[in-house]
Design a protein. Sequence first.
Length: 157
Amino acid sequence: MVRGVRHERGRRRPGKARDRHGRGMRGPLYPASLPAASTRSQKFDQLVLEALEPIEARWRTELTALDVAVDDVPDVGSSGAPTPDGVLADGGVPLARLVPAGVDRRGQPTSARIVLYRRPLEARAKDSMDLADLVHDVLVEQIAAYLGLDPDVIDGN
């Protein structure tokens, strides 16, 4: 396999890019401004923000010290131990976790945080509408647990 033209001492020629098989330079398939260019992770993050917006509008003062984060998959131990407090699970697989406020390893205070796990939530949804409903329901459950209220009160239904 030819690696490209090299100068003496094994360096590539600067400014020369390779056009394989005459098909043009490689590049993005869609412009970054189009929704099709978004990754599944970016789409999920946007979905979480959209689901959080009406809840945050209603409970803004109570949620000022709460952070919401997204992680791909939860850290699941192989011991088969029961899920710890603050974890919303389905069939033993965590969907979200409420991490209470505390102090980190360096002694700095941390705020309370809800962590949504993207891959388990996506695996349980049939389509994008079902995923949006599931994310909303999980957020409502976790915020209700954080505030110590009934989920119906948080949802406003």
